[in-house]
Structure formats: structure tokens, C-alpha cells
Design a protein around this ligand. Structure first.
Ligand code: FES
Ligand SMILES: [Fe+2]
Length: 379
């Protein structure tokens, strides 16, 4: 189905009516139609900055990290010159994927199929047997790897596939402004936790900025910071946020780990949850940062990763092994509680009795804001 046949004038009218006054979210087709996902890859993910990884995944020259962004194979490469670059992860000869798993200490990228070799700067080096057996083409005149625009914020690596998005500093500014006291450069990756489930990627983020479900499916989180003390996420352009002051630290949340450096006692009780549309979420706690990244596989199939960062040595020092593991366990427990929710909503999007929802004017404004961001970006 085309964009126009899904986002009809009637749907646009419903999206523009306020939540709580007849306004709705996106229609079912946006969650179940394979062509819609293709359009998202092309118009949503390719036209903006997307979180692609962090420096801890390519810490040294020669480190190489493959990923998938907007459905496309991408590789992050830490060059021998110290520069981190991003390329389309595809050989220019016959289109084999170049790098299938993270590697270290490489001096070049060699295609597994016919052994074309590229420098870590993307330039073609050799094409063995290209003009016949034992005829090595060293002319270097063939095509190099296709580079992708890349930019870093602290140690987070973002890429922009179409190459013409606003500067990363502008994209990230609404988030940067909210957390000026946190030195994210002091964080190191502790662990990445991965889940895979039968639901659309948008439902992961919609569920993330749904503070309404905490009382029903997150008993432990609700005991730590109850729903009655929360408000809805606040929409702000391509950015949604929720911020609060945390209570007494507990296992997995602030206990036994060093806090972000240089915080005042007041700042050390601060927690923020942020969605950077449409790429990822940053969840900041006094002792950690967690980045949520999604990999849409199909309209009803998503891989989600949580990258957990801790302050300095806490990510690697065995002295912190137990409290660090408690953080990973806390996130795993919380996300397993959420998988049910996103899969329930995905199943519901096959029903003719649902097509955008009846929204709460208190809780569901961020969901509707997100829906409008999707439509705006894809129009
Ligand atoms: S496809 Fe890579 S060398 Fe042939
Ligand atoms: Fe949840």
C-alpha cells in the first residue's frame, strides 16, 4: 500500500485532533504492512541521524564492527590513522557482504568471496585474479567502499545515510541541553543485552514512553518510583523526555556503582528518559546510561538491544561485577515484562476493531506526537 492510501486525509484529521478529544495514533497498516516498513527505511531512517554504535565497539585502530541501519548493512571501521569511519558493508564487485562479525587488529577489509581488498580508509587495494588467474590488479583505480556520513557525540557514533541531515550537534541539542552536568565521555560499555520479539519497532518506543503501564506490569519499578508520582513524557520537537528525582538507591538502580563524576548531591538523584526520534532512547541514571536501539526485521519482527554503560572502571573492574550484573538483570527483568505488552499490541493491530486507539489526554500525548513525527518525516 502506498503512503497516500494509508495516511488518508481522514487519518491526518484524526492525528491532528488532540489526544483525549478524539485524536488517535497511527493506523494498523503502519505496523503490519511490509511496504510501509520499506518506506520507513527510505524516508525515516535514511534521512536523519541514527545511533550506530559506540567507541567501545571499535576502541582501537584495526577494529571493525558490522551493524544494520535502515535495513542496510553498514560497517564501522577504526582506521590506522585513528579516524573512525562508516561504510556500506558491501563489496563493489559482486555485492557480497564484507564483514559479518566484529574483528580486531585488521589492516584491511578482504571480501570473503573473491578477495578484493580495501584499506581501512575504504580505498580499493587489490583485486586478485580480476583479469585472469594470477593477474593481480594493483591499479587501485577500481571503486572503493561507499562512505556513509558519520559523527560522534561523546562516545556515541551516529550515521546519516542520505548525507544531508542537519549537523549532529543540532539533532542532539535538545538532549544535550537537558543533561549538561553529565560527562558521557566518562562512560564505558559494560554489556549489550539483546531481545527478539514479534512486534513492530515503533511499539518498542511507544511502550518506552508510556508511563501509564508501570503500575500494571512493572511491580518492582512501580515500588521504586510509583506511577502516581509520574507524569507523561513531554514532547519537544524530535525529542521526548521524562525526568524525575530518584529515591533511595536499590539493586540495579544506583547501588554499589560509582556515579557520574562531578554531580552535586541534587544532580546525583536525577534520572532522565529520552527518545531521540526515530533512532534510539537514552535512559540516564546516577550510575549508568542505557541506550535502546531497535533493528526492524519485518513489520512484526524486531530485534532490540540495550547497551548498558557505566562510569569508568565500573564497566570492567571485577570489583564491580556483582552490582554491575544486578543492573543487567534489572533491565532484563524489566524488558521481559515489556515484551508481552508490545506483542499484545502487535496482535491487536490485526483487528478491524482497532485502528489508532482511544487516547488518554493525560498519558498518551507523547504517543500521538510520535505518530505525527512519523507522518511528517515520511510525507
Ligand atoms: S564479491 Fe567481493 S570480491 Fe567478488
Ligand atoms: Fe515498560
Amino acid at each position: 500500500m502506498s503512503f497516500q492510501s494509508i495516511i488518508t486525509p481522514e487519518i491526518r484529521a484524526r492525528l491532528s485532533r488532540p489526544a483525549g478529544e478524539g485524536g488517535t495514533c497511527l493506523p494498523n497498516a503502519c505496523y503490519i504492512d511490509p511496504e510501509w516498513l520499506e518506506l520507513e527505511n527510505e524516508r525515516l531512517f535514511a534521512r536523519t541521524w541514527m545511533y550506530a554504535g559506540c567507541l567501545d565497539q571499535v576502541p582501537e585502530p584495526g577494529d571493525v564492527f558490522p551493524t544494520t541501519i535502515a535495513g542496510k548493512p553498514i560497517v564501522l571501521v577504526h582506521g590506522r590513522d585513528g579516524e573512525v569511519r562508516a561504510f556500506h558493508n558491501v563489496c563493489r564487485h559482486r555485492g557480497a557482504v564484507l564483514v559479518e562479525k566484529p574483528c580486531n587488529n585488521l589492516s584491511q577489509l578482504t571480501c570473503p568471496y573473491h578477495a578484493w581488498a580495501y584499506g581501512l580508509d575504504g580505498k580499493l587495494r587489490t583485486r586478485p585474479h580480476f583479469h585472469g588467474a594470477d593477474k593481480y590488479d594493483l591499479s587501485k583505480e577500481g571503486p572503493g567502499l561507499a562512505a556513509v556520513r558519520i559523527s560522534l557525540w561523546f562516545r556515541s557514533i551516529f550515521i546519516n545515510l542520505d548525507g544531508i541531515a542537519e549537523p549532529l550537534e543540532d539533532y542532539i541539542a535538545p538532549l544535550a541541553k537537558r543533561i549538561p552536568h553529565h560527562d558521557l565521555g566518562a562512560l564505558r560499555l559494560y554489556k549489550t543485552v539483546t531481545w527478539e520479539f514479534r512486534a513492530n519497532w515503533k511499539l518498542v518506543f511507544e511502550n518506552y514512553f508510556d508511563n501509564h503501564h508501570i503500575a500494571t506490569i512493572h511491580p518492582r519499578l512501580n515500588a521504586f518510583y510509583p506511577m502516581r508520582e509520574r507524569s507523561a513524557f513531554v514532547p519537544d520537537g524530535n525529542f521526548l523526555r521524562t525526568e524525575y528525582m530518584v529515591g533511595e538507591p536499590q539493586e540495579g538502580r544506583g547501588l554499589g556503582l560509582p556515579y557520574h563524576p562531578g554531580l552535586t548531591p541534587e544532580q546525583a538523584r536525577f534520572s532522565g528518559g529520552y527518545h531521540l526520534f526515530p533512532s534510539c532512547c537514552y535512559q540516564l541514571w546516577p550510575d549508568q546510561l542505557t541506550i535502546f536501539q531497535v533493528f526492524p526485521v519485518a513489520p512484526d519482527h524486531t530485534v532490540e538491544q540495550l547497551h548498558i554503560f557505566m562510569v569508568g572502571d565500573a564497566a570492567t573492574d571485577p570489583a564491580y561485577a556483582q552490582p554491575a550484573q544486578s543492573v543487567a538483570d534489572m533491565w532484563d527483568e524489566l524488558n521481559r515484562e515489556d515484551i508481552g505488552a508490545v506483542e499484545w499490541m502487535q496482535t491487536g493491530r490485526r483487528s478491524p476493531a482497532f485502528d489508532g486507539g482511544v487516547l488518554s489526554g493525560f498519558w498518551d500525548r507523547p504517543h500521538q506526537h510520535f505518530a505525527n513525527l512519523v507522518v511528517e518525516a515520511m510525507s
